[in-house]
Design a protein around this ligand. Structure first.
Ligand SMILES: Cc1cc2nc3c(=O)[nH]c(=O)nc-3n(C[C@H](O)[C@H](O)[C@H](O)COP(=O)(O)OP(=O)(O)OC[C@H]3O[C@@H](n4cnc5c(N)ncnc54)[C@H](O)[C@@H]3O)c2cc1C
Length: 304
């Protein structure tokens, strides 16, 4: 079985784009290959003539701070994210989600850009990026553009980006400030390769007294065709006192607004619905506590 004929490792974005143009739809961008190679082997993707590996392009592998933003290259691996103290302290949910992707081998080569470009509604890194209100920079039709992360998702496994032509370059993520924090938790089936059942990322800002949620963002996946914010849950939190009653109001809002589906190998819709309750009861108090104390230590990373 021929999987591909040419493998290129350009060292600049311009070279990568020139190669994609040269192959005119017969080449495809590859990061760590942990999704792509399986798709080719399983026949869900026609083998391209060439693979364009973006992990030697320095711009796509940088992790820098620009004022209040974290700039994260699309070619940065999950392992590197997990090991970064700035990300752990100020974008904690991203470390917690990247830290449970696959096993160490997958995290060592799998990239955040690949997780996003694959566009699955249950992508762990993706779920946290949505809760963190990240933006993505990509070349689309040859033009560099910034766009809100949510605009990249068109359907399950369907990205706005065409990986035979477009390149996801980097992410811009607002870092948590005083009275702000985030948390991510996941329910999974720990048999052989862990099968994620449901993930939940939340970001909160407390009011100056530290007693109420001033603002909140919540992303739970998979509960829709694309990764999306849980608007009704967020509305149930805004302006409300921190405590069990508000968490239960958020749980109630989730029950009436979210409809997870049954997946043959993972879980029934009923089980997933109950797990949404469990996840919200875990992440909301945790994020609130981190925001109140200013101390965030990423939990559950790489322990599976
Ligand atoms: C055993 C195993 C366990 C896994 N467990 C998890 C898990 O627990 N949670 C989870 O979320 N995922 C999991 N995954 C899926 C996968 O590892 C992640 O989604 C990973 O982040 C994909 O990144 P990658 O660099 O390997 O992507 P690749 O496989 O290289 O690419 C994925 C897709 O994105 C495109 N692409 C990649 N980079 C770019 C770019 N910069 N610009 C444009 N297009 C691009 C490719 O063309 C391809 O279509 C698992 C995979 C395996 C094999």
């Amino acid at each position: 079985m021929t999987l591909w004929t040419h493998y290129h490792t350009p060292s600049s974005l311009d070279d990568a784009l020139a190669l994609l143009q040269q192959y005119a739809g017969r080449a495809r961008v590859i990061g760590g290959g942990t999704d792509l190679l399986l798709d080719i082997r399983h026949g869900t993707l026609t083998p391209p003539d060439a693979l364009i590996d973006i992990t030697a392009i320095s711009e796509l592998c940088e992790v820098t701070q620009d004022g209040n933003y974290l700039m994260l290259g699309a070619g940065v691996t999950h392992t590197r994210i997990v090991q970064d103290p700035l990300i752990a302290a100020r974008a904690t949910c991203l470390v917690e989600s990247c830290g449970v992707v696959g096993g160490p081998q997958v995290r060592n080569v799998g990239t955040l850009g690949g997780n996003v470009a694959h566009a699955l509604p249950a992508g762990d890194g993706t779920t946290s990026l949505v809760a963190l209100d990240a933006e993505a920079e990509a070349t689309i039709d040859g033009e560099r553009r910034w766009l809100p992360i949510r605009e990249l998702f068109v359907g399950p496994g369907q990205s706005l980006l065409d990986a035979t032509r477009d390149v996801l370059i980097r992410f811009r993520i607002p870092l948590s400030n005083e009275r702000e924090a985030s948390a991510f938790k996941r329910i999974m089936r720990p048999q052989g390769v862990a099968l994620p059942i449901l993930g939940c990322a939340t970001w909160v800002r407390l009011d100056p007294s530290g007693a109420r949620f001033e603002d909140a963002r919540v992303c739970i996946g998979p509960v829709a065709q694309v990764p999306a914010r849980a608007g009704a849950v967020e509305a149930a939190l805004r302006g409300q006192p921190i405590g069990a009653e508000t968490v239960e109001a958020a749980v109630e809002a989730a029950r009436s607004s979210l409809s997870p589906r049954t997946s043959k190998y993972r879980a029934t819709a009923t089980y997933r619905q109950e797990m949404i309750d469990v996840l919200l009861r875990r992440v909301l108090p945790l994020a609130a506590q981190r925001a109140r104390t200013g101390e965030a230590v990423a939990e559950g990373v790489g322990l599976e």
